[in-house]
Design a protein around this ligand. Sequence first.
Ligand SMILES: [Ca+2]
Length: 349
Amino acid sequence: MQANFLTITSPDEYPDINTMKRIFSPLFASLLTVSCYAQDVPQDHPGAEEFAARVEAEHQIPVSEVLALVEQAQFKQSIVDAMTRPAEGKPWHEYRPIFLTDERINGGVAFWEENEARIAAASERYGVDPEYIVSIIGVETFYGRITGSYRVLDALATLAFYYPDTGNDRSAFFSSELMNFLVLGNEEGIPVTEVTGSYAGAMGLGQFMPSSYREYAVDLDGDGRRDLWSSMDDIVGSVANYLGRHGWEYGQPVVADATASADADREQVTRRDLKPKITVGDLAAMGFTTGADISSDTPAVVLGLEEADGQRLWLTFDNFYVITRYNRSPLYAMAVYELAQAIRQGKEG
Ligand SMILES: [Ca+2]
């Protein structure tokens, strides 16, 4: 089309206005189409064919069907950028204020009161303290106010096929999540080219990744569908089921303040391996004690977090570890703990 335009060179060949309209209207129309709908042009992605072959082999979805969906995924630089600067990179004293706000605490009390019966039902059924169900939904999406505006298909394909070089290549994880997402679409009739979520592809009020959705989402309202976007019963039930299945123990401690003696074995202080293996009694013998009333045979970990004025120590227990199954960061789990306490206090008023 542009080549035709350039061939009009001499004045007497210059077309009249009606001819111009005939030439230009389709030209502008097509330019307009290209600029408005550029995002919908199918894209080839590196590794997409190999990925499609794996999906067919493992889940019997034909290669052609997989490729037709994956080609609709759009690479998003903003997703790569978000992945390279997660909030979990901040020190605790900067991370904490993001979540421990009056608005989020009061929002949690309101959310709990609005959903009192279903939260109580989920808490009882799955054996999870109710304030933690509320707190996780509060930290994840501010009780549904921020569920993410990225197309999940774009997020997962971008991170599966274009994972940024951060020294920790998680492309295989996102490739597996993309596979689970396509399977989820097949199994549950979720419109995979439409649904939105976080930049990492987490969905709904509880921000479930596709593999978690398939494994842990529940149909608590009994309508035959697991809907983590709009069924509040399914949402609170699924969060509770997730924690319950990962070993939550109702009414058991999550964390306790800790102090270290001058000769304490500082090697025990960690932020990485949060699975409790050493008992509170043995940790006391190594110099770490707590003022809380915790049985000496309770397994614990000594966690150190940076406050503005230096490191603060905590003992964390099995329930804290269960929260890290939702998000590996100890900052995340501590925010969930503190928000849960504040919401419970606010509710009991
Ligand atoms: Ca349902």
